[in-house]
Design a protein around this ligand. Structure first.
Ligand SMILES: N[C@@H](CCC(=O)N[C@@H](CS)C(=O)NCC(=O)O)C(=O)O
Length: 214
């Protein structure tokens, strides 16, 4: 595929997958992009591995031609390289440190527990009973991570400054596999966050595109 330089981004995406937060941030940034949907078939994923050897969604081809993966890294890259969109605090401020902290925590902790919940068999070698245990623990961890951050929203992750961390959190809350209504009732700040996010045109656009086709 090479390092062909273009003026736009290409988002490698899948319906209901981690590319949602990247599309939200591309929309918020007003960045020019196109979407390439990667199907779940073995053949499509095999071809996609030439671009992203891990085979995971999302990946983003940057205008210089580099294809990068890892959702948090992509979001940080976009937020930092589109300063006019104000999707993260200015580097060298304390708030930027807090931004990086939550971006990495959302990826390493919250997203990680979601993956453990949805792919439990990858996390144990002892068959179905073990996978059920992994899944139960993953749900507890998922809940705990959302409680930790949910208790700190004022109303956004960084206080009154909206940032790319909010798109990331919004996506991960949307995947919550247990009783989401009950969670949001218990964590009103998280419920309010969800309402604020849903009112944003960038979120509406990305959600429409990321919905599973009928
Ligand atoms: N750490 C990666 C995780 C990406 C990831 O696992 N994505 C899921 C979709 S949300 C995926 O590609 N799953 C397909 C698979 O693992 O086979 C990131 O943050 O980008």
């Amino acid at each position: 595929m090479g390092y062909m330089s273009t003026s736009t981004y290409t988002l490698y995406a899948r319906h209901n997958a981690g590319s949602l937060a990247v599309q939200i941030v591309l929309e918020e940034a007003g960045a020019p992009y196109s979407i390439q949907w990667i199907e779940r078939t073995e053949q499509a994923v095999e071809a996609y591995r030439r671009l992203n050897p891990a085979g995971k969604i999302p990946a983003l081809r940057l205008p210089p031609g580099t294809v990068m993966s890892e959702s948090a890294a992509i979001l940080i890259y976009l937020a930092t390289t589109h300063p006019a969109a104000k999707l993260c605090p200015a580097p060298a401020t304390g708030a930027y440190g807090t931004f990086l902290q939550w971006m990495v925590s959302l990826s390493a902790n919250t997203y990680e527990s979601a993956l453990r919940y949805f792919y439990p068999d990858r996390y144990c070698a002892s068959g179905a009973a073990g996978a059920e245990d992994v899944k139960a623990q993953a749900l507890k961890d998922y809940t705990r991570h959302l409680e930790t951050l949910g208790g700190q929203l004022r109303p956004y992750v960084l206080g009154d400054e909206y940032s790319a961390a909010d798109s990331y959190l919004y996506m991960l809350v949307g995947w919550y596999p247990d009783n989401l209504e009950a969670l949001l009732a218990r964590l009103p700040a998280l419920g309010r966050h969800r309402e604020l996010m849903r009112a944003r045109p960038a979120v509406q656009r990305a959600e429409r595109d990321h919905a599973e086709p009928a």
